[in-house]
Design a protein around this ligand. Structure first.
Ligand code: DAH
Length: 339
């Protein structure tokens, strides 16, 4: 009997099957009630008592071996069913094309990163705004031309629902619910009713910065601007401030940087002046602080605002504003290594 068990062990170990039906046939052949293994269990009754222990062990091993074998044949078939044999799993995969970030996002992130090193944190506000946050709270007179239909997109007939024309609206939103010290940077999209051309678009992007605290000086503003210009355009960059006017700052200025193409010597890009304009700024008008619930006798501050497209043009010499919103892959792929 032991010989029979051993030879069955060998046979069963080397069994193969290529279909469910074959596995089932093998199960019946060996493990069903009348199967060969079960038959041996019947013969076991006539084994002499002194051999029963060894024989019983051998028989159990055989039964376990047969059960495991049948199960594993079944599993192999199930796995085989899942594999599409037309696919070569050993082939090297196709290289995934590398995407690129939009140039405006790259530059926006860089501006945020420079200001965050000075302790500014990002604040955002809605693109659909009301008159108060875009104009009135920022000291725009009722008849200021910027409110005009020519410039502002109104939504529907309600003159109080409009698309923000600048991110300065986020200043007043933050000041309404925060007391100084305030140090925020507000990136976002803005809209103006302009004919689309290489030099103008009906939407573009701005970054606004606002600092309000006790004893903020114009020197603080100037030093912040110099730091920004040098971080953004290189350590040799010079800045100059020209007097200007904005309703929400007094005094106001526009900042030029030394032309980053010719280094200030004069070229066609800077119209041979050696300087290019990059942003507007000034000391926050006390009327704006008071409108937003901040005591203008105790606090003062500075603000500045810049166009992200403008800075991007300077960094990458993009000559046509429309490129930023056309999603032309040939344009976008040029910025793959820029971040
Ligand atoms: N809001 C201005 C614009 O859209 C830009 C600006 C100028 C923002 C001066 C400021 C500032 O905060 O102080 O043209």
């Amino acid at each position: 009997m032991i010989d029979k068990i051993n030879s069955l062990k060998e046979t069963i170990s080397s069994l193969t099957a290529s279909s469910e039906e074959q596995v089932e046939a093998l199960r019946i052949k060996y493990l069903s009630k009348k199967g060969e293994v079960s038959q041996l269990f019947n013969d076991f009754r006539s084994v002499p008592a002194d051999q029963k222990k060894a024989m019983g062990q051998a028989l159990n091993e055989l039964k376990n071996l047969a059960t495991d074998k049948i199960n594993s044949l079944r599993e192999q078939l199930a796995v085989k069913d899942d594999i599409d044999e037309t696919i070569d799993l050993t082939r090297t995969p196709a290289v995934m094309p590398l995407g690129s970030r939009h140039p405006l996002s790259i530059v926006k992130e860089e501006i945020i990163s420079i200001f965050s090193r000075l302790g500014f944190t990002v604040a955002e506000g809605p693109e659909i705004e009301d008159d108060w946050h875009v104009f009135s709270s920022l000291n725009f007179a009722a008849d200021h031309p910027a409110r005009d239909m020519q410039d502002t997109f109104f939504i529907g007939r309600n003159p109080d629902v409009l698309l923000r024309t600048h991110t300065s609206s986020v200043q007043s939103r933050v000041m309404e619910h925060t007391q100084p010290p305030i140090r925020i940077i507000c990136p976002g999209r803005v809209y103006r009713n302009e004919a689309i051309s290489a030099r103008a678009h009906c939407f573009f992007h701005q970054v606004e910065a606002l600092y309000v605290d006790e004893n903020v000086s114009f020197a603080d503003l100037k030093q912040t601007l110099l730091y920004f210009a040098r971080e953004m355009f290189g350590p040799e960059t010079k800045i100059r401030l020209r007097p200007s006017y904005f309703p929400f700052t007094e005094p106001s200025a526009e900042m030029d940087i030394s032309c980053n193409l010719c280094g200030g010597k004069g070229c066609s890009f800077c119209k041979h002046t050696g300087w290019v304009e990059i942003l507007g700024c000034g000391m926050v008008d006390p009327n704006v602080l008071d409108s937003c619930g901040i005591d203008s006798k105790k606090y003062n501050g500075f603000a500045l605002g810049m166009g992200v497209e403008r800075i991007t043009n300077l960094k990458y010499q993009v000559k046509d504003l429309r490129m930023f919103s056309e999603n032309d892959r040939r344009f976008l792929l040029q910025f793959q290594s820029a971040h």
